[in-house]
Design a protein. Structure first.
Length: 117
């Protein structure tokens, strides 16, 4: 089965599809001056947009890895937005870790794997 890449540059692809599975690159918010709730909303909006472009949606999430700059300060705020965003009954496998992210203003980054319909 062929590998399809979308929104690709010399370093990475935002979307890679193979064998009925969609892999998204790590997504961050657009307004890095915003707090954790707004950055999380922007990350989730980016994920929705990319999933739609790939031909799937958030109800088909398989796995999500969440990276937080400060897990003690940001876990509850991120989860409050996540819980409102995710439909009931479709929770993916998930890991949340604290990580030093590539820019100090980034509070949250998410990497997603989803199934195609």
């Amino acid at each position: 089965m062929a590998i399809q890449r979308q929104l690709t540059n010399e370093r990475m692809s935002q979307i890679v599809t193979h064998n009925g599975t969609v892999y998204l690159a790590g997504q961050v918010g657009d307004d890095l001056d915003a707090g954790i709730e707004q950055q999380t909303r922007e990350v989730l909006a980016n994920i929705e947009r990319l999933l739609e472009l790939a031909g799937t949606d958030k109800t088909r999430l398989l796995s999500v890895t969440i990276y937080l700059k400060d897990i003690d300060a940001h876990f509850l705020g991120m989860n409050a937005v996540w819980d409102q965003w995710l439909p009931q009954g479709v929770a993916p496998a998930r890991a949340t870790v604290e990580a030093k992210l590539c820019e100090p203003e980034i509070l949250v980054e998410m990497s997603v794997v989803a199934a195609l319909p």
